[in-house]
Design a protein around this ligand. Structure first.
Ligand code: ADP
Ligand code: TPW
Ligand code: MG
Length: 573
């Protein structure tokens, strides 16, 4: 921007808008997910004009989920941009989700005038956003002066990606965007963050301690979590598993880090592996509710000794004693363990590995005929059997998955073959990640996306199919339509006219929603129909939504976690 100034003849000026854009670009951040409005509409325009990809959503929560998963896939903070108060709050759920899942993300929200907000004088969209965000993310900052933009953005990037990754909030008051400063001084004030996520080497004694534990194991087991997938240390992780000969269990989003068909995968023998293992190596996975906190019935009676690799020291001993904590980044820790294995490393007793292998084979064989059924209406096995084949034939497609039964069955039925191809509800089991996740997966990777969605789950982000059509993204959404949450068969226990709390309009046509925006809608009643339609969508790359009619009686309450529902002693359902 060039203007004439009274003091100097021709001083070149810049402003907050352009400094923020240049600071992001300088740090290789070139994509923004958001929703426009006061005070950030022009910011989005200028960013697009400057060559950034700016994707406008229909609701900030989904832009936020897109940014969160973009961070997971790229190891760079995903950016979500919102307006003040309500837009900020809509984005905040996703920021908290990113933090909970250890995904790097920055929520950038415009905010109202500080002077008015702090005196609570009722400004347009007044809210003390910084104070609210603080409790829900890793760190939160506000930039008040144009000359601090470079440092402010650098701090936000480092906070998001270094150590345990997470969500960061950046508060940008409306006034900042228009603030003017000398363009040269502005350019000099920007910071290119050097080594934003530095390697953190494990202490040598911690490595020896872990190797000693492993050496003494009779029934060792490796658990791979999404932290391991995030770390992108794929080759070393695979080499560590193969060289040690230790069976491994992938957590949901770590599926495919090694192919699910790998001979050392204990995926289909999960309960046996957890119950019988004596030494367990956790790699980028937490002993939270998803692993029954490392104790109790699902871990059986065999005493466990845990080795844990994590970048966050405070993760150690959070649920049970960790006898060999390895604090550091997964790449460095796994490579240190790998070098420590040496050529004469004893593989685990064959008794153990073949017991697991046998269990896997029995379980896989038992499942096979169910997956081949061509029932109409479809059950989960028939429909997912068809989709399983599609992922086998198209291993580089990205699978997005949410729902209850739709999630639990798909996770166990669909084998994954490549790292970071399975994206789902994460640590909170949140419904609504679907379309935002699918959009970012397509945008960040360029690969085709198959989103397998419960009908309820889909409803949380359904309007974003317009976004998918608008950007013409290669996304095929399959809605598992069983007329409701878990099942479509509940009746109102009072006998009244209102529908039961878990059921939806019967035989809804989600496919027609897609047609409304110019996408392809398909109504599928059999596994064969479903296969045909998905293959067509994946070949054409056209935005497609397939309404897959699922037997409304086929699901169970809360899928596989019905045991978490509290029970009343007073009334029966
Ligand atoms: P899952 O749900 O798959 O079990 P979690 O989200 O519970 O996985 O755990 C992921 C763990 O990985 C977190 O504790 C996080 O601190 C850790 N982590 C993430 N990235 C890295 C990394 N680069 N190096 C080491 N640990 C990491
Ligand atoms: C943000 C609670 C868990 S699973 C689910 C809900 C509402 C929907 C299950 O029905 P769906 O799947 O998707 O049709 P299916 O195959 O079993 O019929 N709000 C949020 N997150 C969660 N987890 C819920 C509510 C829930
Ligand atoms: Mg349903």
């Amino acid at each position: 921007m060039s203007t004439t100034n009274a003091d100097t003849d021709t001083e070149t000026l810049t402003d907050g808008f352009h400094l923020i854009i240049n600071a992001l670009k300088l740090n290789d951040i070139n994509t923004i997910y958001g929703v426009p409005g006061i005070p950030i509409t022009d910011f989005g325009r200028y960013a697009q004009a400057a060559g950034m990809r700016v994707l406008s959503f229909r609701h900030e929560q989904h832009a936020g989920y897109a940014a969160a998963i973009a961070g997971y896939l790229s190891q760079k903070p995903g950016i979500c941009l919102t307006v003040s108060a309500p837009g900020f709050l809509n984005g905040l759920t996703a920021l908290a989700h990113a933090t909970t899942n250890c995904f790097p993300m920055i929520l950038i929200s415009g905010s109202s005038e500080r002077e008015i907000v702090d005196l609570q004088q009722g400004d347009y969209e007044e809210m003390d956003q910084l104070a609210i965000a603080k409790t829900l993310c890793k760190d939160a900052y506000r930039i008040l002066h144009a000359e601090d933009i470079g440092i402010g953005i650098a701090r936000a990037i480092r906070a998001a990606v270094s150590g345990r990754p997470g969500g960061v909030y950046l508060d940008l008051p409306a006034k900042l965007f228009g603030q003017v400063m000398n363009a040269d001084a502005g350019a000099k004030s920007l910071v290119k963050v050097i080594d934003p996520a530095p390697r953190q080497l494990p202490a040598p004694e911690a490595v020896s301690r872990a190797l000693n534990e492993l050496k003494n194991a009779k029934r060792p087991l490796i658990i791979l979590g999404k932290g391991a997938a995030y770390a992108q240390a794929d080759a070393d992780i695979r080499a560590f598993v193969e060289k040690s000969g230790i069976p491994y269990l992938p957590m949901s989003m770590a599926k495919g880090l090694l192919p699910d068909t790998h001979p050392l995968s204990a995926g289909a023998a999960r309960s046996l592996a957890l119950k019988e293992a004596d030494v367990v190596v956790m790699i980028g996975a937490r002993l939270n509710w998803l692993l029954s906190h490392g104790k109790g019935k699902s871990w059986g009676t065999t005493p466990k000794r845990f080795i844990q690799i994590d970048i966050e020291p405070r993760e150690m001993d959070s649920n049970v004693e960790i006898v060999a904590p390895l604090v550091g980044d997964i790449g460095s820790c796994v490579s240190a363990l790998l070098s420590g294995l040496g050529d004469d490393w004893p593989t685990p007793p064959a008794e153990w590995t073949s017991a697991i292998r046998q269990k896997v084979e029995t379980n896989v064989a038992r499942m096979a005929p169910k997956l081949r059924n061509n029932n109409v209406p479809m059950d989960f096995h028939g429909a997912l059997g068809a989709l399983r084949t599609i992922i086998k034939e198209r291993p580089d497609a990205i699978l997005v998955n949410e729902g209850a039964n739709t999630l639990d069955f798909a996770r166990s039925i669909i084998d994954m073959y490549q790292p970071r191809k399975r994206l789902d509800v994460g640590t909170w089991g949140v419904m609504g990640i679907g379309m935002g996740t699918a959009i970012a997966a397509a945008v960040e990777t360029g690969h085709p996306v198959l989103a397998i969605e419960g009908d309820s789950a889909f409803g949380f982000s359904g309007m974003e199919i317009e976004t998918i059509c608008r950007y013409n993204l290669p996304i095929c959404v399959v809605v598992f339509n069983n007329n409701g949450i878990y099942r479509g068969t509940d009746v109102n226990p009072s006998g009244g006219d209102d529908a039961a709390t878990t059921v939806f309009v019967k035989d809804a046509r989600y496919d027609k929603m897609m047609e409304a925006f110019g996408g392809v809608g398909v109504y599928a009643t059999s596994p064969d129909d479903l296969s045909r339609a998905v293959n067509e969508a994946m070949d054409s790359g056209k935005p497609t939504l397939i309404n897959a009619v699922i037997d409304e009686q086929a699901g169970t309450e809360s899928g596989r976690i019905g045991n978490l529902n509290p029970q009343s002693v007073v009334s029966k359902k």
